[in-house]
Design a protein around this ligand. Structure first.
Ligand SMILES: [Zn+2]
Length: 298
């Protein structure tokens, strides 16, 4: 592995030199202790656009962002092909790392090959982990309220049914939990055999017909200095609340946490939450709490 890609671990020898004055204090920014400025290409899903642009602007590294359409999510093979095409196009002479601002996403990122530049990916089933800041928080939400549609500002702004004036059923569908269940299925097959696993999945999947909740995940407002009582998200709240009322769902607002996206673009790639896939290796799904690991191509 490139030594520069591990230089973001806490380094007592260099920390005494201090970060540049212009770098804002950060609760998760060990990367700023490294003097090496990495050149990062971020390939990001547009449903995380606001977080990504904010984190790119605040990163101690040089980040170039390529935003990919939300609609690519509809087919895992299509998304995988498009991501691989863009990964292959990244010149190793210009970039030190390609950061994928994605999760496993219905296994769309499984099998992606780091060609000449290392790939970086969060241990996340899908973007909801990136909204909530940790896969533990996502698991808590899923266990307590599996039948939940999740919404974010970007989700409402972008895609075919975008625009706050948009109405109708299509706009009602937020991000349903798509990628956790297939991975759960693989685990169940290993534990109980395929027939039993299918039965268990049917029982566990019954929430699909019984959505009970719409959750709007908000991030701290970047358009004003108010800590609370900000009104900028009000139109989004109203739209999700209306969708919930039409469908007889509970409406909740969840506090988002952008620390995971920030760490991705800051170069704070701790093994616990983020994997670095060296050039020549692929992303492998693990079907356990680690979600993904680096592996050798077949
Ligand atoms: Zn605001």
């Amino acid at each position: 592995m490139e030594p520069t890609l591990t230089s973001t671990a806490p380094n007592p020898a260099s920390s005494s030199s201090g970060a540049p004055e212009t770098v804002a204090p950060s609760s998760h920014g060990d990367a700023r202790r490294s003097s090496k400025i990495l050149r990062i290409k971020a390939l990001a899903c547009e449903v995380l656009a606001r977080q990504v642009y904010l984190a790119a602007a605040q990163s101690p590294h040089a980040v170039d962002v390529e935003m990919l359409e939300k609609g690519l999510h509809d087919n895992a093979d299509t998304l995988r092909s498009e991501l691989q095409r863009r990964i292959d196009a990244v010149p190793e002479t210009r970039y030190d790392a390609v950061v994928l601002v994605y999760g496993l996403c219905n296994r769309a990122t499984e099998g992606l090959l780091a060609q000449r530049v290392p790939l970086v990916l969060a241990r996340a089933h899908d973007c909801i982990t990136l909204y909530l800041g940790s896969r533990q928080r996502y698991a808590e939400q899923f266990d307590a309220h599996p039948g939940t549609y999740y919404f974010s500002a970007e989700w409402l702004e972008r895609g075919a049914a975008s625009g706050l004036a948009a109405a109708g059923a299509a706009a009602d569908e937020g991000m349903a939990y798509g990628s956790r269940l297939p991975s759960k299925f693989e685990t169940l097959v290993r534990q109980y055999g395929e027939d039993n696993a299918r039965y268990l999945m049917e029982v566990m999947g019954s929430w699909r017909q019984h959505y009970t909740r719409a959750a709007y995940i908000g991030q701290p407002c970047t358009r004003c200095d108010l800590v609370s009582a900000c009104s900028h998200d009000a139109p989004y709240h109203a739209r999700v609340r209306a969708a919930a009322e039409r469908n007889g769902w509970q409406y909740v607002e969840l506090d988002g946490d952008s620390n995971l996206v920030a760490r991705l673009l800051e170069g704070s790639w701790d093994e616990e939450d983020i994997i670095v896939v060296p050039a020549g290796s692929t992303i492998v799904a693990t079907f356990d709490e680690r979600v993904v690991r680096a592996g050798n191509p077949d």
